[in-house]
Design a protein around this ligand. Structure first.
Ligand code: SF4
Length: 88
């Protein structure tokens, strides 16, 4: 189970976020269309679609989470989310 303490890096934040979504066996996650998929295990792996930096991928995931409302990402109240410190 991932720790709820703040991840020190974007890399770790994505890994923890993905563990909460898919469990500890991130290798078997088949959600290739997820913007975080290429970074789910820490190191980047090849994936279809546009290549983004980790920061861009987090931002895009947050916009998706807020149903496309970009301005709401900055106001996100979910401080317990692993991506929260890196959402903008
Ligand atoms: S930080 Fe907020 S907007 Fe971003 S994924 Fe987490 S809950 Fe959603």
């Amino acid at each position: 189970m991932p720790s709820l303490t703040q991840a020190a890096t974007r890399r770790e934040a994505i890994r923890r976020y993905c563990q909460e979504c898919a469990g500890d066996d991130l290798r078997s996650c088949d959600a290739v269309s997820c913007v975080l998929w290429r970074y789910r295990k820490g190191r980047e792996v090849a994936a279809p679609g546009q290549r983004l930096t980790r920061g861009q991928a987090i931002r895009k995931r947050c916009v998706e989470c807020m149903a496309g409302q970009r301005r709401l990402v900055a106001e996100c109240p979910s401080e317990g989310c692993h991506l929260w410190p890196y959402r903008s």
